[in-house]
Design a protein around this ligand. Structure first.
Ligand code: 0A1
Ligand code: ZN
Length: 875
């Protein structure tokens, strides 16, 4: 599509119920080497709630129409019309069977949407609007149908031929294998899936709470079968967790997962047949880091939980995407918190919200959790829909408390089972069960932007009162200038220099922690019986996705870092202290006092590291990330930010090398196996190692080299490799290690991706040249999304210093790559574009170069996906 062509905007306000419903969908796929023929039989009935339109309009894109008939009547060109997006059949009856055959070309499908081939295997991706690339259909989530699928291929061509639901028959006739599937649950087309390939299968069983046996299967390439055990265990844990936490039981007799190499996202929750990016399912201690293990567990949980939050109860339209995604991310996040360290999971989630979602919410692509319009729905699988949406559900869960929240979700799942509903329906259940008025709370769904809370306090010694005044303000976002006050659940505690104080408000004792309902533009809360000025511990547990500013003194932060019993607040206090040091460095101001306070408190923590959760301490040792720091400025200088971070890392390393080394050595014998304490010890030890490599000394290079060579797990091996590659003084050693790593792992695609990634994220030297070289490396494949992420996204999104090089070459490079990728895979191209859309955050010189790169794209033929992002971000 050309950039000047009119692009159609879809609006929530224009939602209309479908004119027809599809009771039954019968599909037959004949798989041939060069093409696939899809025959469909759709049992259509007029929707009594529709507007009685005479014609039937179906979605369909890139289809070759071979035959078309209504009941027994073959249609001729007078009976219908096709456009690149639709098939319209004139004057259809009230109830009929539509027979249609289309031809498609999965081998040529590089967009990875619809039916495509990945490493020889056929697979589908239909969410959001990919089914229309398979056959003509009412490809919208509020049309739910019962699906039967027949797959036909040459006998012996594929060992595995799968679709949703139960296998009805598997026969051979006239040299063809014919496999017939039936899914008894009605579903929208976006949950359809088909897989055909030569795959091995790991099997297990799960007995549900009501005593039914479910067959669990994970299909992968044969060489990857030994990497499926962790995913299988995670699946069983997720199934149990959902029964215990939400009372949700699995409903089919069989649950299948298939791993594919080429996939635009992490995974997809197709009914009974989840399709996973290999990166989110394969795991083995030798080749997978601890972080990747946790991701596998989280994504397995996420897709499994969709069986209820998304599949049994689905979305009425794509504006309601967060209904399923926000709820499911909240569910997977709680699952991960229950399986691992709750504090660390909360910190990780808060960090994503603050450094990615807040940036999106402050930029040209800002949109509410329930957007009002889009050009291309694929562009709306965002951190706002997913992660902010999850925070909104979390706030509801906290407002209701565990018992009422569970009652509300029970009501939601039973009332809407088998239906396609809205975010409002969900909130309505919360409201009904709790009798709370959530009308103001609903603004979280419709209002974009991040609320800022300006917090000030005063202490009245005579009255023994401590007052907190909270002002809230949400900056304007595109198309929304008039922001209203939100209902913000604000969790707080007060500390003296020993412990949390009892809280008394209006004569009522609240324990040592309370949630304030902040609902007005300005509110003052008075705490009584406070005998000395306290230290406020604010937004505990990151109780709302908001920015806060409160003028902490250094001593207060040190106390919170050491004392606070809320892991998030401890980490946040440390981030605050680090931010104070960094901001002053960036502004060229004297920061001796801040530096001294920071070094002293880190020293204390490291010296007493055995007293606390090592994983939490590891999180606390990492500096605020660059995008977050940039977001604190009106116009950020990315070069100054990167330099300030490196300088502070150098300084921490230099001043605390004894403590860091000691920590590294002491933890050595606690790092065996995949247990939580071993993973925690590894994370702290590797954080220490990364600091030590900031010191230009042979002994630290040797330490990393030794760890690299002797590691018996990928976490340690990769951490040592990163430490070497990132250290400017270790180039020769790093090159050796990189060569050895490639030599060792060249046959493991996911590990090769890590090898690409560490090189693309090196913070020093001419990385752009390295990146260009990687693009022509034998292991690089520009059609594989994981490779694009490992090289291009790693460089543009995770190498702040280099991407923002003042020459602007990083920006131009990204634009060139996007133009090229857009020809093959618009969804990937559009996602890779995100860093350039943040131009508004940076100094004029950087912003101009970033805009110039975006503008260069407007000269090209762009997909709808990329066009939407480019045009909105230049606006
Ligand atoms: N529903 C999936 C995410 C997903 C969305 C779109 C896709 O293709 C464009 C693929 C997957 C999830 O939330 O896991
Ligand atoms: Zn999801």
């Amino acid at each position: 599509m050309s950039p000047t062509a009119p692009t159609i905007v879809t609006r929530l306000a224009d939602y209309r119920v479908p004119e027809f419903l599809i009771e039954k969908t019968q599909l037959t796929f004949e798989l041939h080497e060069a093409h696939t023929d899809v025959s469909s039989q759709l049992t259509l009935v007029r929707n009594p709630q529709g507007s009685q339109a005479a014609h039937l309009e179906l979605h369909g894109e890139q289809l070759e129409l071979l035959t078309l008939a209504i009941d027994d009547r073959v249609l001729t060109s007078k009976d219908y019309r096709t456009t690149p997006q639709n098939l319209t059949i004139y004057n259809v009856p009230e109830r009929f069977v539509l027979h249609c055959t289309t031809r498609i070309y999965p081998e040529k499908n590089t967009a990875l949407e619809g039916l495509y081939r990945s490493s020889g295997m056929y697979c589908t991706q239909c969410e959001a609007e990919g089914f229309r690339k398979i056959t003509y259909y009412l490809d919208r989530p509020d049309v739910m149908s019962e699906f039967e699928t027949v797959i036909i291929a040459d006998e012996g061509a594929f060992s595995t031929m799968l679709s949703n639901g139960n296998c009805v028959s598997d026969t051979v006739k006239d040299g063809k294998r014919i496999v017939h599937w039936h899914d008894p649950f009605k579903k929208p087309s976006y949950l359809f899936a088909l897989v055909a390939g030569n795959l091995a299968c790991l099997e297990d069983h799960f007995t549900t709470q009501s005593g039914r046996q479910v067959l669990l299967q994970i299909y992968t390439a044969a060489k990857d079968q030994d990497k499926c055990h962790f995913a299988m265990q995670s699946l069983k844990k997720a199934m149990r967790w959902d029964e215990q936490t939400y009372g949700r039981e699995y409903d089919l007799d069989r649950f299948m997962i298939v791993a594919v190499d080429d996939f635009n996202m992490g995974a997809m929750e197709n009914k009974g047949l989840n399709v996973f990016n290999t990166s989110c399912v394969l795991a083995h201690p030798a080749s997978t880091t601890d972080a990747a293990f946790r991701r596998v567990e989280g994504v397995i949980g996420h897709e499994y939980f969709h069986n209820w939050s998304g599949n049994r109860v689905t979305c009425r339209d794509w504006f309601q995407l967060s209904l399923k995604e926000g709820l499911t991310v909240f569910r997977d996040s709680e699952f991960s918190a229950d399986m691992n360290s709750r504090a660390v999971k909360r910190i990780e989630d808060a960090n994503v919200i603050r450094s990615v979602q807040f940036v999106e919410d402050a930029g040209p692509m800002a949109h509410p959790v329930r957007p009002e319009s889009y050009m291309e729905i694929s562009n709306f699988y965002t951190v706002t829909i997913y992660e902010k949406g999850a925070e909104v559900v979390r706030m509801l869960a906290n407002i209701l408390g565990p018992t009422l929240y569970r009652q509300a979700t029970d009501l939601y799942f039973s009332r809407f089972d088998g239906q396609a509903v809205t975010c409002d329906d969900f909130v309505q259940c919360m409201e009904e069960v709790s009798s709370k008025d959530l009308s103001q709370f609903r603004l979280w769904y419709s209002q974009a932007g991040t609320p800022h809370l300006q917090i000030s306090d005063s202490y009245d010694a005579a009255r023994q009162q401590y007052s907190l005044t909270i002002r809230q303000y949400t900056p304007a976002t595109p198309g929304q200038t008039d922001k209203k006050a939100l209902h913000i659940p604000f969790k707080i505690a007060l500390y003296d220099n020993q412990a949390a104080l009892p809280l008394v408000i209006n004569g009522q004792n609240q324990g040592t922690e309370t949630v304030l309902d902040i609902c007005q533009d300005e509110q003052t809360i008075v705490f009584e019986q406070v005998t000395e000025p306290p230290i406020p511990s604010l937004l505990r547990g990151f109780s709302a996705p908001v920015k806060i500013s409160y003028d902490y003194q250094l001593l207060q932060l040190q106390q919170l870092i050491l004392l606070d019993n809320d892991g998030f607040c401890r980490w946040d206090a440390m981030q605050n202290l680090m931010r104070m040091v960094l901001s002053k460095t960036i502004d060229g101001a004297n920061n001796h006092a801040e530096q001294a306070a920071l070094i002293a408190v880190i020293k204390q923590l490291l010296t007493n590291h055995a007293m606390m959760d090592a994983a939490l301490l590891a999180c606390m040792l990492s500096l605020p990330n660059s995008p977050y720091l940039a977001s604190l400025y009106e116009k950020a200088d990315p070069v100054a930010i990167s330099q300030a971070r490196t300088q502070l890392q150098d300084q921490i390393a230099a001043e605390l090398q004894t403590e860091l080394l000691n920590c590294y050595q002491v933890l050595q014998d606690q790092t065996h196996g995949l247990t939580a304490p071993a993973m925690a010890a590894r994370s702290l030890r590797n954080a220490a190692l990364a600091y030590l490599l900031h010191i230009d000394e042979v002994r630290y290079r040797e330490l990393a080299q030794q760890q690299f060579a002797q590691a018996n797990n990928m976490t340690d091996q990769y951490a040592a490799l990163c430490a070497l590659v990132y250290a400017e003084h270790a180039e020769a050693t790093a090159q050796e290690a990189l060569a050895a790593f490639y030599q060792q792992w060249q046959h493991e695609a996911l590990v090769v991706n890590m090898w690409f990634q560490v090189q693309a994220t090196r913070p020093w030297g001419d990385v752009l040249q390295t990146v260009r070289k990687l693009l022509s490396h034998e292991a690089f494949d520009a059609r594989n999304p994981n490779k694009l992420r490992a090289v291009i996204a790693a460089f543009a999104s995770r190498n702040f210093a280099q991407f923002h090089d003042k020459s602007g070459q990083g920006y131009q490079f990204l634009a060139e790559q996007i133009a090229d990728i857009d020809q093959r895979n618009p969804q990937m191209a559009s996602r890779l574009l995100t860093p350039l859309t943040h131009w508004h955050q940076f100094t004029d010189a950087h912003a101009a170069l970033m805009r110039a790169a975006l503008e260069s794209l407007t000269q090209r033929e762009l997909s709808k996906d990329v066009y939407e992002v480019v045009s909105k971000s230049l606006h």
